[in-house]
Design a protein around this ligand. Sequence first.
Ligand code: ATP
Ligand code: MG
Length: 571
Amino acid sequence: MRWSKTYIPTLREIPVEAELISHQFLLRAGYMRRLAAGVYTYLPLMQRVIDNISRIVREEMNASGSIEILMPVLHPAEIWQKSGRWETMGKEQMRLKDRHLHDLVLGGTHEDVVTDLLSGELKSYKQLPLNLYQIQTKFRDEIRPRFGLMRGREFLMKDAYSFDIDEEGHKIAYGKMVDAYHKIFARCGLPAKQVESDTGAMGGRAAHEFMVPVDTDGGENIILSCDRCSYAANIEKAVFREINPPAKDSTIKAMQEVATPNAATIEQITAFLNLPANRFAKTLLFLADDQPVAAMIRGDRQINEVKLRNHLRCLQLEMAGPEIVEKVTNAPVGFAGPVGLSIPITVDPEVAAMVNCVVGANKADAHILNVNIDRDFKAAAVVDIKNAPAGEGCPRCDGLLVQSRGIEVGNIFMLGTKYSEALGGKFLDAEGKERHYIMGSYGIGITRTAQAAIEKYHDEKGIIWPKAIAPYQVIITTLNMNRPEQQQAAEGIYSRLTAAGYDVLYDDRPERAGVKLNDADLVGIPLRVGIGDKSLADGKVELKLRNETTVEGTPLDRVVEKVKEMLGRAI
Ligand code: ATP
Ligand code: MG
C-alpha cells in the first residue's frame, strides 16, 4: 500500500483526552478516532491490526475444533428475562425499545442467546461435544468507559461457548481453550499469564483470566502470583497462607469500653492504644443495593469489594457515606463496631478467629477491648472478604506472593448447567435419560488485545508492533521524493517485497525526511527500509528494526533476504 493512497491522519499534538500512552498513540498515529465516549472508528491501519488478530484467533479456534458462527447483536429482552440476567446484568446492559415498545438488548455477551439457539436443536448426546464461536461487536454500558479501546462501550470480542455431556467432557473442552488461548496470545507476540479469576455476573463455578503483564495504569488488574509455583490469581479471587499469625490470648476476657479521643483511623487508634493493627477488627459499612450492611476485617487488612459483593449477591455495592454511618451506628465515621449493631455483618475468617479483639464502640471517641465473636456479636456469615497482600505465603506451597499488574485480554468460565437449566438446554444421554448439557464460555477482547500490545510495546517516539499483528511488516521511507533514483529504488523494493509475500507500506509522500521518519516511528511498523542519496550512491539502502537502534546498510539486490533475516529478530 502507498501511504498517499490510504488514510493515515497522524497528529503532532498529544490528544488531551488520552490518559494512557497506548491511547495517545492510537489517536496520534492515525489508528482511530473517537465518536462518543467509549465508541471509536477504526481507521485503515487499525482495521488491518484487527484483521491480523482476528485471523490468528480464527486459526487457533478452528484448530481447537471450535466452529465459527455469527449470532445477532439485537436480542429480544425475553431471552435475558428467562435466564434471569435481565436483572443481574444491571445498568451495564445496553437496552432499547423498538417501534412497538418491545424491549431489546444490544448484546454484550451471548451465553443466553447461544443456549436459546441450541435448546430446540440439540437433542442427542451424539451431537455433543460442540463448541461454537463468533467474532462480533459487543455493547456494554460501562460505568467508566476509558483508556480508549481498553474499556469501550462498543468493542470487538471473540466469544466461544462449549457444550458437553458431562464434567469430564467439559474439562477437556476447557483445557482445549486454555491451550488455544496460550497459542493465540503467544502468536500475537503477547505471552499472557493465566490467572484464577472471580466468576462475577457470569455465575459459573470456576474461571481464569489471561493477563498481559504491564506496569502502567493500563494494567487495571492486580495479580498475586507465587514466586515458586504456578499459583496466580486476580486479587478479586486470590487467597493466601498467613506467614506470621498474631499470638492469641488463651483466655476470653470481659469486654471493656475505653475512651479513644480523636482516634478514628487504624493508624491513630493503634498509636493511641499501643497495640498492633492485627489486634483490631475494622467494621466497614456498605450499601448493598441500597441496604446498609457491615463487613469486618482485621485492622491490618484491606477489604475486597468484589469478594464481598459476590457473597452478598447484590448488584451494586458502595461504601456507605457519613450520613448512613451516623444513622446506623449513632456515631461519627471511624467508630463503627459490631456490638449491638442491628444490620447483617459479614465477618472475615481472620476476624472470626480473633480472641479479645478491639473494635469501635458505635460511640464517638470510644472503642471496646476484648470483643469476641458469638459471645459479643453474631456474624451473618464468615467468608473471605479481604485482599491477599504481597509478601504473604502462597496457598499452595512454601513460596511467597508477589504483586503485579495486568491487562485482561481473555477470560474463560466454567458455567456448569446454569444456562442450560434456565433456558431449557437438554439432550438425551446414551441411556435415553434427559440431561442438561454442561457449558463453558470463552472471551477474547480483540480490540483490547490490540491496545494491550501498544501499552506493552512502545517507546517515546511511538508504537513498536509485534510483527504478527502489525498493520504492515515493512515500511519503505524515501527521504526525498524529488529524487527519481530514490523513487525508482523504492518502487523496485516495494514490488519485490510484495511479491515475496510481505505486507509493505510505501511512504511515497512528498514530505520532509524528518516528518516521514517520525511518522514511521510513530505508526510502529517493525522494519523500515530507508532510501536516501548517501547510501544509494553506494548501491545500498538502510534497514532498521523499530525495536533496535542499529541501521544496517544493505545492497539493493539483497533487500528481500535481509528483510527476512531482520524480521526474524523482531518481536
Ligand atoms: P473486565 O473485568 O475488564 O470488565 P469482563 O470480565 O467484563 O472484563 P468478559 O465479559 O469476560 O470481560 O469479556 C471477555 C473479554 O472481552 C475480556 O477479557 C476483555 O478482553 C474484553 N472486554 C470486556 N469488556 C470490555 C470493554 N468494555 N472494552 C473492551 N474490551 C472488553
Ligand atoms: Mg466487565
